[in-house]
Design a binder for this molecule. Structure first.
Ligand code: SF4
Length: 441
């Protein structure tokens, strides 16, 4: 019986990480992982439900691959969209035979065994359940890289009006701290130098279950423990929430030498009125004061954000407030999203929708600001020698490599393959909107 699986991942880093763990348990279950859908007889789409576009893409893909000569392939839809739509997916994507939510991923090898035995069967499992500790820690030993993602928690207890995540991933669930430390030690022994700790609200780690120690949150305690791990040189995390970004975490930037000088802190809107409508539990002033405090510790810290334009009821004045805040903070990177209605969210009930044209225009304005401040930040790097963690070959040209500075700026330079995985010094000579160029010194 053929057991060749191709996994296609949509959405966030959390999904990337879960696809990696899934490939490990599939291999342990006797499945072969392949890198193209053409050579697979099983295609699994690990999906995202956060944006309408991502959902439409995954459904389109599932229908496309189960047509014509691909009819015999076993197609499965996993992840947030599976959880969100469940049975509805059977209508939208009739040839899909496996539908599994993100909290049941570890069951997939067993389900595939059953589906291969019985070709007329379909399995749907969208139980919330608890998450298997071994699954959360599984990495493919042959694919360990210099920079790795480590999930530290799942789920979210917030109720942002536009967001489907609490429905698809359920309430917060924290991995035991010793599991996380053990996993990072294991990665470090295999050459990993940088870890990015992942969670829906990563700085909420442990908050409901673990005690504060010396006024430090469980998340900051975890950062301190990761700082102690030999071989790990850089620590990043994604994504924190402004609500839990307290002084213990701000102070950590001055105390933990491995904590990278980059923060991705989702703002979503620069208008208090819209933040309230979004049910984001902070005000613009609180957000700004976090940035000011971080810049007092590291003046050159890189600050990136997520913004939503065109949330229901967003007036020209609200958008102007967002632009002004953008100009005040000067985010040097940002992800700008046009609001789209997600069924099952609080905002689905809101009226006063913003015309598509206005969303487009606001989107373009913020994108221009991102580019402007990104170029400004990158220009300030010219002439500096930056430590770069070399990650891979660059897409452009032979002998071109790429890696990242501690501020998470991509750098392209000439070099040989043996440098991949190493920390080296690069003098920055040129810049573009999102990339720096330099040479080894
Ligand atoms: S904090 Fe808000 S936006 Fe982020 S995952 Fe939770 S509900 Fe969604």
């Amino acid at each position: 019986m053929e057991k060749r699986v191709y996994i296609r991942t949509y959405g966030c880093q959390m999904n990337e990480r879960e696809s990696e763990s899934l490939s490990v348990i599939l291999r342990n279950g006797g499945y072969e992982m392949v890198s193209s859908e053409h050579s697979a007889n099983i295609i699994l789409l690990n999906t995202c439900s956060v944006r309408e576009q991502a959902e439409a893409k995954a459904i389109g893909k599932s229908n496309l691959i189960s047509r014509g000569k691909n009819r015999e392939k076993l197609v499965g839809i996993l992840g947030c969209m599976a959880q969100n739509l469940g049975e509805i997916l059977c209508k939208k994507s009739p040839n899909t035979r496996l539908i599994v939510g993100p909290n049941r991923t570890e069951k997939i090898p067993t389900y595939l065994d059953q589906l291969l035995r019985d070709k007329n069967r379909r399995i749907i499992d969208i139980e919330m359940g608890s998450i298997d500790r071994d699954f959360a820690a599984a990495h493919d030993e042959k694919k360990i890289k210099a920079s790795m993602f480590v999930s530290i928690m799942r789920g979210c207890n917030m109720h942002c009006a536009y967001c489907i995540v609490p429905k698809t991933r359920g309430p917060e669930w924290y991995r035991p701290m010793e599991d996380i430390i053990h996993e990072i030690q294991w990665l470090a022994e295999r050459g990993t130098k940088e870890v990015t700790l992942l969670g829906q609200i990563v700085n909420n780690y442990g908050i409901q279950q673990m005690p504060f120690m010396d006024k430090k949150s469980p998340f900051v305690q975890l950062l301190e423990k990761v700082q102690e791990i030999d071989g790990i040189c850089r620590i990043r995390f994604l994504s924190p929430h402004p609500k839990g970004f307290k002084f213990d975490l701000i102070d950590a930037y001055g105390k933990l030498s491995k904590l990278c000088p980059h923060v991705h802190l989702p703002l979503q809107s620069g208008s208090d009125r819209i933040l309230k409508a979004m049910r984001r539990p902070y005000k613009v002033e609180q957000f700004s004061s976090i940035i000011t405090a971080l810049r007092e510790i590291i003046p050159t810290i890189s600050i990136s954000t997520d913004m939503i334009v065109g949330f229901p009821g967003e007036t020209e004045d609200d958008f102007r407030a967002t632009c002004e805040l953008f100009d005040e903070i000067k985010f040097d990177m940002g992800f700008i999203f046009k609001y789209s209605i997600r069924p099952g969210t609080i905002a689905e009930q809101f009226d006063d929708h913003i015309p598509q044209e206005a969303k487009e225009m606001r989107n373009q304005i913020l994108l221009q600001k991102v580019e402007y401040y990104s170029r400004q930040y990158n220009e300030s790097m010219i002439g500096k020698v930056k430590e770069v963690l070399v990650e891979s070959h660059a897409k452009r040209g032979e002998q071109q490599l790429e890696g990242y500075t501690p501020e998470h700026k991509k750098v392209i330079f000439s070099g040989t393959e043996d440098l991949i995985g190493q920390l080296i010094n690069i003098k920055i000579e040129q810049y573009g909107a999102s990339t720096l160029f330099g040479k080894r010194v």
